[in-house]
Write a protein that binds this ligand. Structure first.
Ligand SMILES: [Zn+2]
Length: 69
C-alpha cells in the first residue's frame, strides 16, 4: 500500500497514512489527525512525488504548502 502525506487544517500537524489507491481516489476514507482527531485534513505531496525542477522553482517539497521548510 502506498503511503500518503496528510496535513491537518486545524492544528497544522503533518502525518502519513497508508491507504489503497481505490480508497484515496474515491475519497471515501477520511483520515483523521492523530493530534486533534479532526477530519479536516488535506493531502500534501511528499518529496518523492515532486520532480526536481518543480522543487527548484517553488522551493521546498510542495511549494510551501506542507511547511517543510
Ligand atoms: Zn490536527
Amino acid at each position: 500500500m502506498p503511503i500518503y502525506s496528510y496535513k491537518c487544517n486545524q492544528c497544522e500537524h503533518k502525518f502519513d497514512v497508508q491507504a489503497s489507491i481505490e480508497e484515496k481516489e474515491k475519497g471515501s476514507v477520511k483520515f483523521s489527525c492523530p493530534e486533534c482527531k479532526s477530519v479536516d485534513t488535506k493531502h500534501v505531496f511528499s518529496l518523492s512525488a515532486i520532480f526536481s525542477k518543480d522543487k527548484n522553482e517553488k522551493g521546498g517539497c510542495c511549494g510551501g504548502g506542507c511547511g517543510c521548510r
